[in-house]
Ligand binder design. Structure first.
Ligand code: AMP
Ligand code: MG
Length: 346
C-alpha cells in the first residue's frame, strides 16, 4: 500500500477531507494531536478498529481512547456523565486529558478490549478536531507507532513505523506536548492511570484528592489485574539499552561519565540524554540535551524524539532521571518504561 503524507500547514482542508472520507469508509489514518500522533478509525466500526491493532501489532487486550470533537459527545459514549467529569471537561477540554467512565452499549468490544469502561478525550489540536468533526463519529486512536516502540511526535516517526501499512499520514509538524494524554479513571475514587501534561497537581486543584496508580512509577506486578492494561506491556523502548541515573544533578553527571567511560572501553557505543543543568559536564562526549529540569514539560516534549534519534547511533543510552513534580511524573513514567526499570539512584 502507498502511504500518502499530506502537510496540514498548507493543505489542512484537503488533508482532513481525504482523512474523513477514509475514516468513513472503514480505513485507518494517522493524524497529529497536541500529545503524540494518533492512528485513527471510526470508533463505532469494529472491523475498522481491528485494522489499528493489526497495523500496530498491538495486543487485543489493550483498549483504545475515543477522540471526540465536542464535550456533549460523551453522552452517547458513557452510561451517564458524572459531576466530576463535567468539572474536568470544563477546565481541561479540549486538551491532553483522557477520562475513563462506565461505557454505554453503543461501543464495540474491540475499542474497550471487553472492559465495562471507555476512555474519552477531546484533543486541542485543530487538525485533529477538524478530522473528527468531518468524519462525524468518535475516532478510536492509540499512538501511531509500532506497539512497544517510542511514541511518534513527528510525521517522520509514523512513516518509519507504519509506512506501507496505512493509506494516509496528516503531517502537522512536531507535537507540542510530546507525551501521551493523562489518563484519569473516574470509576470509584479518581485515579491517574497514566500521567501526562494535565498534572496530578492540576487535577487536585479542580476535584480534590486524586490517587496515582502504583503502576505509574513501578513495574506492574505479575498477575495483578490490569487496572490500566497499557501499563503491563514493555513500552516506549528503543532497541538500544536505556539506563536511568537519578539524584542530585552533579552526582548524576559524575556517575553517568563513569558508566560512559567503562562502557566505551568495552566497545559499547554510549550516548547521554542530559538536561540543561548538566550540559557543562559532558563536553567532548556524545550527548543530547532533552530539556530543562526547572521546566519538566520541555523534557516531555523531547523525550521520545531523543530516544528515537539516539537509537540510530548507539548501543547504550545513559539517561538522566528527574524528580516527579508536575510534568516530571509523566517524564519519569515514560523514561522508566523505556529503560525496563533499569534505574540507579546516586
Ligand atoms: P494509547 O492509545 O497508546 O495512548 O493507549 C491508551 C491508553 O489508555 C493505554 O494505556 C490503555 O491501557 C489506556 N486505556 C484505554 N481505555 C482504558 C480503559 N477503559 N480502562 C483503563 N485503561 C484504558
Ligand atoms: Mg501507545
Amino acid at each position: 500500500m502507498d502511504t500518502r503524507v499530506i502537510s496540514t500547514k498548507n493543505q489542512a482542508e484537503a488533508g482532513t477531507n481525504l482523512g474523513a472520507e477514509l475514516i468513513k469508509s472503514g480505513e485507518i489514518v494517522a493524524f497529529p494531536t497536541e500529545t503524540v500522533y494518533g492512528l485513527g478509525a471510526n470508533g463505532f466500526d469494529e472491523a475498522a478498529v481491528q485494522k489499528i491493532f493489526e497495523a500496530k501489532g498491538r495486543p487485543n487486550d489493550n483498549p483504545l481512547i475515543l477522540h471526540v470533537a465536542k464535550k456533549s459527545d460523551v453522552k452517547e459514549l458513557w452510561a451517564h456523565v458524572p459531576k466530576s467529569a463535567n468539572l474536568l471537561m470544563d477546565t481541561f477540554w479540549p486538551g491532553p486529558l483522557t477520562l475513563i467512565f462506565n461505557r454505554s452499549d453503543k461501543i464495540p468490544d474491540a475499542v474497550t478490549a471487553g472492559l465495562d469502561t471507555v476512555a474519552v478525550r477531546m484533543p486541542q489540536d485543530k487538525t485533529a478536531r477538524m478530522l473528527i468533526q468531518k468524519a462525524g463519529v468518535p475516532i478510536a486512536a492509540p499512538s501511531a507507532n509500532l506497539s512497544g516502540s517510542p511514541s511518534p511526535t513527528k510525521a517522520e516517526h509514523v512513516l518509519s513505523d507504519l509506512g506501507g501499512k496505512i493509506p494516509l499520514i496528516l503531517d502537522g509538524g512536531d507535537c507540542r506536548v510530546g507525551v501521551e494524554s493523562t489518563v484519569l479513571s473516574l470509576v470509584g475514587r479518581p485515579t491517574i492511570l497514566r500521567p501526562g501534561a494535565v498534572t496530578h497537581e492540576m487535577l487536585e486543584a479542580v476535584i480534590g484528592e486524586v490517587r496515582i496508580a502504583d503502576c505509574v512509577l513501578s513495574p506492574m506486578k505479575e498477575g495483578a489485574t490490569a487496572l490500566s492494561p497499557g501499563m503491563k506491556y514493555k513500552h516506549y523502548a528503543p532497541k538500544a539499552r536505556v539506563k536511568v541515573v537519578c539524584g542530585e544533578p552533579k552526582n548524576v553527571a559524575r556517575r553517568i561519565l563513569e558508566l560512559y567511560v567503562q562502557n566505551n572501553i568495552r566497545g559499547v557505543v554510549c550516548e547521554i540524554a542530559a538536561t540543561e543543568q548538566t550540559r557543562q559536564f559532558y563536553r567532548g562526549k556524545n550527548y543530547v540535551i532533552m530539556g530543562d529540569r526547572q521546566d519538566p514539560a520541555t523534557l516531555c516534549k523531547n523525550l521520545f524524539s531523543t530516544l528515537r534519534e539516539l537509537d540510530e547511533r548507539c548501543d547504550l543510552i545513559l539517561a538522566e532521571g528527574t524528580d516527579t513534580k508536575d510534568s516530571g511524573l509523566a517524564f519519569m513514567n515514560r523514561l522508566l518504561r523505556a529503560a525496563g526499570f533499569e534505574i540507579e539512584k546516586v
